[in-house]
Structures are given as C-alpha cells and as structure tokens.
Design a protein around this ligand. Sequence first.
Ligand code: ADP
Ligand code: MG
Length: 348
Amino acid sequence: MEKVHFCNTSLGKKLIMKKKSGHFRWIVPTILVLVVGLLLHYRLSKAVCREFVFAAFHTECKVTVWGGSKREFDAMQKDILGAIQELHAYFNLYDPESELSLLNASAHKKPYSCCNTLWECILDAREGWHITDGAFDPTIGPLMKLWGYHNKRDTLPTEQEIQEALSKVGFDKVVLNEENRTVSFQRPGMALDLGGIAKGYACKVASSIVQAHDFDRYLLDFGGNLCLSEKPIPGREAFEVGIRDPQNAKKIITTVSVRGVTVATSGNYERSRVIEGRKVGHIMDPRTGMPCDFLPSATAICKNPTLADILSTAIFVGGEPLARKLAKDGHRFLLVTENGLIRIPDDD
Ligand code: ADP
Ligand code: MG
C-alpha cells in the first residue's frame, strides 16, 4: 500500500482513493467503538448498586448486585429469600422437625429417604470427605454435641467420652443408596452436621438465582463465604477482598484481588465456647475428637462455592500439609498462622 502514494497514474489515483475509503472504513467504526466503549464505561460506573441483608444459618447474609432494574432486583430477592429459607429449614439442627434432624433421628433404625436438596448436599459432603482424606467429615455431629454445641455443658469431656463419641464418627459408617436416595447409619447415635458446607451450598444456589435474573455483577457474603461474579465491580479490574486478622476484627491482614471465585474463611474467632476456662472452637478434628485450634484462620479460594466452604473447614483441620496437597485445579489457600501468613501455592 505504501507504494501507492508515489504513483501518479490513473490506476494509482484509483488506488489512493481506495486507500482513503479504506481509512474511512476503519476510522468510523473505531470512533464508534470508542464512543460505545466510553458510554458503556460511563453507564457501568453509574450502575446502581442494590443490596439486601437477611439472617440465615445463624449468621448475616448479604446479596449485592450492580446494574439491572429495580423490578428484576425485587424478583431476584424474593426468589433468593424463598430458596435460602428452604435450605435453612432443611439443615437446621436446632429444629427437631428439620429434614436433617429427622434423618439423624431415624437413619440408624431404617434408611431415610432424602429430598433432592438434602441428597445433593450430602453427595457434595461425601465428595468433600473423600478429597480431604476425612479432614472434612459431616459425621462430626456427636463431637459437636460432646463439646457443648448442641448440649450445654460446664465440664470438659473425659477421654472415655471422647472415644465413645469418636466411635460414632466417620463417613465410612454412612451407607448411601444412590437408587433410592436413602441414607443409613451403621451405628446408633450417629448424626450428620452440615454446618461446614451449608453456606457454600447456599451461595451456589443463590448465585444461580442471581444469574437467572440477568445480574452479572454481584457479591454474595454468607457469613464468611464471599461468592464473587466473574465481572467485577463497575470501573474496577477485580474485587479486592480483605482477609481479617483473627486476633483483631478491625485489622485486615492481607487483601486478594479476585473475580469469579468464592473466598471462604474458617476460624474460631466468631463461634467458640469456654468450658472450664478452655476455649473450645467449633471445628472438630474427626481423627482425634478434639476441637481444632492449630490455626487462627484458613481461607480457601475456589471456583465452586460449595467446595470453597468444604476446603476452608478441611484446611482448618489438616493445616499446611493438606493445603499443599489440595492446591491444584486453581484452588488457592491463605493460612494465618502464629508465625504469619502462608500463601499456597507459594508463587501466588
Ligand atoms: P463457619 O460455619 O464459622 O463459617 P466453617 O465453614 O468452617 O465455619 O464450618 C464450621 C462448622 O462445620 C461447624 O460449626 C460444624 O457445624 C461443622 N464442622 C465442624 N468440624 C467439622 C469437620 N471436621 N468437618 C465438617 N464439618 C465440620
Ligand atoms: Mg466451611
């Protein structure tokens, strides 16, 4: 094309004309793209931010979205509240009539036939137990009871009581019949506790409702489980998530720049008991029957919200060695230890 500029033949003129119209063909769309881009940027940076807060799973849950209409937002809010209330009602161990309480009360005597939601969640929990080598184990129900979580107690449990409770713990003692969707316990006194997965599972359900209502920029905060859309806050490159200092609620220990993932944190700083002067955390080691207190906090960053919740609880139990083993498929971990912060993988 460069040659055409120096050509004075009629063919050359035609070619010059062609080149000019060629320019024209590029300039107009380029300007258009720029204008549309600027308008879009302006619209996005002005995108309305709406949020609603509600209580579920004994914690505060918040849904924030950017853009969209008020009408769509109201419809989405209604759907999420309905779905989460239903989940809460299924998993609530403080209600003796909840689906999970009914299962726990009868699965030893005869196979308990689960509703679809509970069944799906139990399958996810089994997968979690499997991949974490049992550090995540939803059968810790008897240990939660023993350590004062469902039964108040003033004295620390004896070694014999711990061993007795441990004999009722272990997902290998749960029989799942895939065909009939039933759950049976091999020992009396066994109990499932889905507290380590419920909020992640709820994030998964809620995020699909948000997306079904055409919101593509959102942030769900379900008590320490932050589910973030692939598209970030308007005008930003990513979501900046602060990881709290477990010793000081007002201090942020580090921040991570993320999108399209769930950031789940497990720690003992929000839920714990004191028995005979000893702080008893709410995450149990299914191998020893003791409450875990090796780590101040463990954060898992994964694409799948349910998995993020499972892995944060599991890493709280299994610590750095388990985090190193599970750091694949894009899963990342942040461990707050007595000696400082550990990022896994290291190059993160
Ligand atoms: P939080 O609920 O505070 O966000 P987690 O997600 O780590 O923290 O879940 C802790 C809850 O998980 C406990 O309250 C209990 O219901 C349950 N849990 C405790 N220990 C385990 C364990 N080893 N495996 C699976 N679930 C557990
Ligand atoms: Mg968890």
